[in-house]
Ligand binder design. Structure first.
Ligand SMILES: C[S@@+](CC[C@H](N)C(=O)[O-])C[C@H]1O[C@@H](n2cnc3c(N)ncnc32)[C@H](O)[C@@H]1O
Length: 150
């Protein structure tokens, strides 16, 4: 992972117990993490609870609520281990890239995915990079970074 993408405001979709946030903080302890998950009632007991804010919400609903307000933008949107149907819907949601700051990045890590080929070809056309992971729990990695100059 390029270290420069882990900075500022980070949105973790499907944050679960927060292991991704804890890992990202080892790269940059200053990041401000917002976590979203449909199940969040165990977060308070979580040893990895390093999130400034946890929202109990469907990941796609959250994107659809953030974008129209316009004020909330992220340097990094990260997601690890979402179920395949949720993942496919999220990646084809036009609001995903609209809530990124200039030079912001999207990083999705997953180990299974139905309907992969249809979604993949459209994502690659939008500039996503698709890679195989090195570990059995992160076989696939999708990455996109805004290249605008402003
Ligand atoms: C395999 S766990 C991964 C948790 C965490 N990202 C990690 O890597 O440790 C998948 C998480 O996705 C969440 N999830 C499932 N469907 C979701 C949805 N529609 N919106 C948001 N989160 C969802 C689950 O509640 C669960 O916490």
């Amino acid at each position: 992972m390029e270290q420069s993408i882990v900075k500022g405001d980070v949105l973790d979709l499907g944050c679960g117990r927060g292991s991704v946030g804890a890992f990202l903080r080892t790269i940059d302890p200053e990041i401000r993490l917002v976590g979203v998950d449909t199940v969040t009632n165990y977060q308070g007991e979580n040893a990895y609870n390093v999130y400034a804010e946890i929202r109990t919400s469907d990941a796609e609903d959250e994107l659809n609520s953030i974008f129209p307000k316009g004020a909330e933008k992220y340097d990094l949107i990260v997601s690890c281990g979402l179920p395949p149907k949720i993942l496919s819907r999220l990646l084809t949601n036009e609001n995903l890239l609209k809530v990124l700051k200039p030079k912001g990045a999207v990083l999705f890590i997953f180990d299974y995915w139905d309907n992969k080929n249809n979604v993949l070809s459209s994502l690659i056309a939008k500039g996503f990079q698709f890679r195989g992971g090195k570990h059995f729990v992160d076989q696939y990695i999708l990455f996109w970074q805004d290249k605008s100059n402003d």
